[in-house]
Structures are given as C-alpha cells and as structure tokens.
Design a protein around this ligand. Sequence first.
Ligand code: SF4
Length: 751
Amino acid sequence: MDVKFSSCYFCSSRGCAVKVYLEEGRIKRVAVDTGAPIVPGAHCVRPSLAGEYQEHPFRLDFPMKRTGGRGENKFTRISWDQALEEIAGKMVSLKNRYGAETIATSSGTGRGAWEFAKTRFMNLFGSPNRFGAVTVCYGPRIMVWLTTFGGALVSDRKKDLTRLVTLWGRNPHEGGPHTWSSFLKAKKEGISTMVVDSRFTEPARQADRWVPIRPGTDAALALGMMHIIIREGWHDAGFVKRFASGFEDLKERVRDYPPERVSAICGLSQDDLLDTARFFAVRQPSNITIGVASEHSPPNSIQAVRAINVLLSICGSVDTPGGMLIAGPSEDFVTDAAMELNSVLSPEQRAKQIGAGKFRFLSYPGWELVEEQVRKKFGENHPAGVYLTCMAHAPSVFRAMLTGDPYPVRGLFVSGSNPLLSHGNTKLVYDALMSLDLLVTLDLTWTPTAMISDYVLPAAGWLERPDMGNFCSIGAYPLVQLGEAALPDSVKGRYERYDDYRFWRELGCRLGQEEQWPQETFEKVWEYRMAGIFRKRKVKTVGEFVRQQRWEQGSVEPGRCAEGLATPSKKIEIKSVIFKTLGYDPLPSYTEPDPPEGKWKKYHLLNLSGVRTMPYHHSEYRHLEGFRRIHPDPIVEIPVDTARRHLIADGDWVWIETPVGRCRQKARLVTTLPPDCISTQHGWWFPEMPAKAPSLFGLWESNINVTTDDDPEKCDPISGGWPFKGQYMRCRIRKVQRGGGDMEKKGKDEG
Ligand code: SF4
C-alpha cells in the first residue's frame, strides 16, 4: 500500500497532518500522523470519510458553462482552455467599461495556503474588492493582535506554569478538535478552566467555572473584570508599567464599568462578577482562546476582542512563560504577505475599496498603518497578509451590485466560499448575484451559488494538492507543517481539477500577468517559499521534505516586549495609536446596542446563529451520506419553557422568522440556554432537493441567513462585521403547521 503524507483541509482548522493509505490509486484509509505538531487529536471524524468524499458524484469534475437562464440548471461541459479564454475576455470588456474595481472576489474560511494567489491576481488586475468571511471570523482577532501587540498571540501552555485556560465565546467540542484536545489535556494536568458563553456547552459543563453572559456583552464583562482587578490591585503593576502604554487612561475608562452597571448589562449577579474577576486574576499566567461569538456581535465585536486582550495584558499574561506569547513568522519561510504583490495596487485603486471609508479597520486604511509597523520589524516576510486583514465590506459590495453605488460591481469570482449560505440576508445576496454580468465559481462540489453561476469550475481538494496550515503561511507563528498531494488532480476521462494557484495563474497569464507568476505549479511555489528550509534540510522536493520530517518548528520565546514590539509605541498598546489615527476610540469600550425599532420591535427572542456542528464545516458535506447519517437535520435549540409557551414539542419543525425572512429547523428542547434565546445552525441546504431555481437545493428551507440582517448600519462600526449573534439578532418562532411543508419529503431533480 502506498502512503502519502498530506495536510487535511476538511475544515479550516490548521491543515492537520494525516497519512493517506492508497491502493491502486484509491483511498483505503486516512490516519492521523500522530508525530506531527498539528493534529486533531482523537476528536475529528472527518478524515475517515475522505474516500466517500473523493469518489462522490456530487464533486465537480470538468469545467461547466451555463447554457440556459441563471438557475435553470442548464450547463454544458467545456474545456479549461475555453473557460479561461472566455472568462478573461469578459473581464477585459468589463474592465474597459467600468474599471478594474468592477470585479470582486469572495473568500470563505481558510482552506489551504493558496489565498495569496487570488490576492496577487486581484492586485495585478487592479481591483481592491476582495471580500469574505474573515470579516466575521479571525480577521478581527488578528488585526487586534497586530494593532495591540504587533504580532499574533499563541498559548504557551505549560503544565507547571499555566494556571488557567479560558474559552471565551468558543465551543471547540463542535468546531475545533485540536483546541478541544488541548482543553481536555489541560484539565488532566490540573490546570483550572473557565468558559464564557451564553450557552451551557460541553466545554462549559466540563469547566471549573462557567460565566453565562447575556449575548453580545463580552466587552462589558472584560471591562467590568478590569474595574474590579484594578480596584483591588490584582493586576500586574510592574509588567504594565514596563511594557504597556495607556494604563492610566484605562484606569479612568474602567471607572465607567462598576459591578452594578456591568452585572445589569451582562445578566450576572454582582457576586458572580466579583468571583469571576477574582477567579481569573489569581490564576495567572493564563491562556485565552477567543471564538467567533464576539466577532459576530456588533456593535461591540472589535471592542470585545480588544477588551479581552487588554484584560490578559494587565494581568501580566502576555509575553510571559505559561501565558500567551507574541509570535511572528518562521525564519526562512516566505509569508503570504510577501507572495501577494500588494505594492502593485495603486493608492488610487486602494481608495476605491468598497466600505473602506466607513469601516476603516479591516480595510486598506487600517492595514496600511499595521503594515508599516510589521514591515519595520519583520521586513517583507511579515504577518499582515491582506487576505486576512484587509477586505472590502461584503454587505456594501452586494449593494453596489444591485444599485451601482458607489460604482457598478458587475463581476464576481467565488472560490472557497458559498455566499448564498455564508453571508447575512440571503435574499439580498441572491438578487445581487443574479444581477451580475459575470459570475464564476471555482469549487469542489455543486452548491446553490454554483447553480446560478455562468461558469462552474472544478477545484482540486486537499487530497489532490500539496499544502500546509494557512495560519503558518500568514506568518502568525513560526511553524511550517507541509503535506503532499495524495492523488493526482486530473485523471484522464474521470476528472480535470485545478488547484487554486493554477487557476489564478492561468487566468492571470491570459491577462498579461505571465512575468508575475514565475512558479508554474503549486508544488514549485512550495519549493520557492521553503527554499531556505529545504537548503538547511538538504532536500529538494516536497516529497523528500515530508518524508524526512514534515515540519520545521521555530521558537516563540518570551522577551519580545523588552525588544520592542511592532506597534507605534513599541509597547503593548492598551491605548491604540492606530485606532486613534483611524478615528476610533483608542481604549476598549462597550456600546449598548440600539433598541429594536419599527417592525423589529415584535421580535423578542435572541438567536445565537451559526453554532458549530460536527461533522459539518459551515455549508459543506450535506451531500455525504456518511456525514448526514450522523447529523441528518438542521436543529434549532429552544429552552424548554420557551418551547412550551409556543406549543412546540421536541422534534417539531419550527419557523424562525424575522422581518428579513423565515426558514425552518427542527426543534430540540434544551435547558442550556437563557429563556429569551434560541440557537440555530447555519450552512444548511439539501443536495437531494431540486437543483434548479427557485429551490437551488433547498436553499430557502433551513438556511438561517434567509432570516439574518446585513444592514451596514447594524454592522460593527469598526470592522464592518455583520450580526450573527448578539442584540441585533432578533427573531420569533412558531411551529410549522400541517401543510406548512414536510421536511421529510424532499423531491429529487435530475435537472
Ligand atoms: S480538525 Fe479539520 S483539518 Fe484537522 S483533521 Fe479534522 S477536518 Fe481535518
């Protein structure tokens, strides 16, 4: 049996090391490569289904071109040459008519270390309008780290040093096998654990302390804890004095967050708040893992992430053994930022990035200020790749498609994403995409978004490409862990898939970009990016490297603060110079969301949408029998008493309604939520339902984003993140009545 050392990308975790066992070119089994640093532990079921995934008829095999109306499910097979020629031609004519900025791209979660190629292509083409899910997932966290610490924070968990591990708005039991393994390990080692979450999740059940706050009030909790910690003198005064700027201003600021105010905001008793502050303060150094919950809760998304990081800092848990260390890129490794060719996009074109005037932090104005600092410290290979830290504002781009304001956006490339499922306000996104002159989807399988595209192109999956963890490639920390392709990306007569690098390169070459794409294959890209490491290890190819030892671990040491950080003051910026320059509050703060107005007044329940669900990953894998057997239906969790009041029984189908739209999910009655909250799953569509519009594989049935609002006025005022949780996610529920649709009877359509 042949064995390949690959990087799994069934989720955006970190490209876990796996061994793929092959017989006659087919997968026999996939096993975790336990010796490597980045692995999922025993908590991930996804790789075991690689064989089913690889052979599934729902995979895209050949380029397809739309021949009927949008959504009619009429496509014909064409060659890659024809597809690329025609797409390039259409792009040129759109550029001539409207300017390069008329073309946008949509990204999803990090699914490989190839996003730099999309960015490079867009920079060379001249458009600043890349948008994606990073605005509400990890982008804010890394931008806050870069502005506050000049680098990403990584946990330095040590058995005899670390006193506390906190999961803040994160449930790795469902969505992060690697983090879940290490949480359980910490418990075994006797380290205290704390979970901040409105839901009583499995981690909350297992933690020493659970802090159940009102959704969206994370910033207030952190500020209230700091009030108590500073008042009681539990902070690390020596550390703060030496290494942080703005502490005196923070002291003033937290006076506004006394326990009586914060307990009312967060829904905790004052005693609970005091105990939580003490529990945290006396267990230092500590690690915190922040999840997406804060990032999903405007208007406090960014300020919450800031406040939590500042809380850690004043307790002396940053740049401290056993706490959080400030990491940087790997020596001898070429980061995404150095691969993106960001300098070729002119200031004039950057200034056209949609949404950058209003949401300045996660767009060019913020990125340029951060980039100036990290470039000084790290040079070209710095950790501020624009893919994660500099985006157009997606809701504003969709509106530009519909209205032509501020200018027409007429073309969109969708790769590694599925905007009809992943963005708020599906109906608006649908109308926007249907209005386009050019919609191209490069993906692994058919999706609702693919179904309304002009060209649907087959992408190579992780089994078919050499790849590595994308968090390493952005330069967030100095660990390079590589994997090789297990299978070819094309097999004559069976399929012709392109990896993303090849796609962007070949399209670029048809638009006159040849000179800027010197590496002909993705494999060659790795040889280039790892040339220094390959030299030291005396290897020449990816195959040799992974067989010798598939990773190269740099060290992250304490002492960065003493050296001077990549921030304007060279210190930990409790008071951020970059925030001030951008016109935002430079200190952490909490803003009470506006109360519901107009028709929203009738919607009293809060919806924690988008809770993670193993084995799915966002909108993926509903087509796989093996996955659907584990988790067949979309589930809405409803507190028992709330369900009774609505005459809803366990297992009933339930309408979830807002002024934006409605969808239905199956009720699970729980005692793990506050009475005014429900939680709903995201990403649901039904590949077994009719493909053509209006069904689009059951897009409108259970997709929670049919109900969510992406009004720019409700987005986070700093990052532009749209609400998936928090006080702006209101809804009401009622039982689906007989005749209101039976979800068990799903039709099929061969199209
Ligand atoms: S955690 Fe994600 S990347 Fe790691 S093995 Fe599981 S699916 Fe693959």
